[in-house]
Design a protein around this ligand. Structure first.
Ligand SMILES: [Zn+2]
Length: 258
């Protein structure tokens, strides 16, 4: 996962680090003549202030992004905010000098970017929640974290972990923490990963702490590992086993008959 691609601002008219959500192969670039930025009214007004500096400037922007894969070339709409900050320029001798540069922070993409690819066998509702999370990532990190938590709840249901227990005549829903504790032995190696996603998601829904893009990227990385383990590695292990059996044309374990 290229974390910097989703955290750092971008510079106008450059090839971005964002991967095309359509082909998931090539990077997106700003489509010629589509980038438009303007200073906000408040920002314009501030120019008259005696201590005004270029780093007071605030922009809003919109543009179209185009996939650089000639076989795809799909278009993504993008908008967000911008600001002015120090940038470094190099002269012919390679000596650096400081200048002011425009930096833009994306807030919305349509269609949304796919920060990681869910394995094909991921249950639909788990994948849907992760997509919802991706669509909120740039504008609302706590909500993005919360949708990963919902994906985790749905995943536990797919792993046949009960959602409630009956006490007397009353049905009580189990807390996510308790459900993770109920993971059977075959999933025990994933328990720590499940707990980690739970903590990050808790912060997203209860606002105990400020949830940053970095926290959400952490939960994506862990969720990706869980899904890979459940829906990719397992099948590749089975494939390897089948390959072994086919190679020996019989059982691979046990001793040969004398
Ligand atoms: Zn593409």
């Amino acid at each position: 996962m290229d974390r910097k691609a989703y955290k750092l601002p971008f510079i106008k008219n450059s090839l971005t680090r964002w991967v095309c959500p359509s082909c998931m192969k090539s990077r997106l670039k700003v489509k010629t003549n589509t980038f438009h930025a303007e200073e906000t009214n408040e920002s314009k007004k501030a120019h008259g202030h005696e201590t005004w500096d270029p780093d007071w400037i605030e922009y809003v922007y919109s543009c179209l992004l185009e996939c650089t894969n000639p076989a795809c070339k799909d278009t993504v709409a993008n908008s967000g905010t911008g600001s002015v900050d120090y940038d470094v320029e190099y002269d012919e001798d390679g000596s650096p000098s400081q200048t002011w540069g425009d930096f833009f922070t994306p807030k919305h993409f349509s269609p949304h970017l796919k920060i990681f690819l869910c394995p094909r066998k991921t249950p639909d509702n788990v994948s849907d929640e992760i997509q919802k999370s991706f669509s909120l990532f740039f504008s609302d990190a706590p909500s993005a974290a919360n949708h990963v938590r919902i994906a985790l709840e749905d995943l536990l249901t797919h792993l046949k972990i009960k959602r409630y227990e009956v006490r007397g005549k009353r049905r009580t829903f189990l807390a996510l923490h308790r459900r993770i504790e109920l993971l059977p032995a075959k999933y025990k190696h994933l328990q720590d990963l499940f707990f980690a996603v739970k903590w990050l998601g808790n912060a997203g829904s209860h606002s105990v702490k400020v949830v940053t893009k970095d926290d959400v990227l952490d939960s994506y990385e862990i969720m990706e590992e869980i899904l890979q383990d459940l829906y990719v590695k397992k099948s590749s292990q089975v494939k390897n086993l089948a390959r072994k059996i086919n190679k020996t044309k019989g059982p691979t374990k046990g001793k040969k008959k004398a």
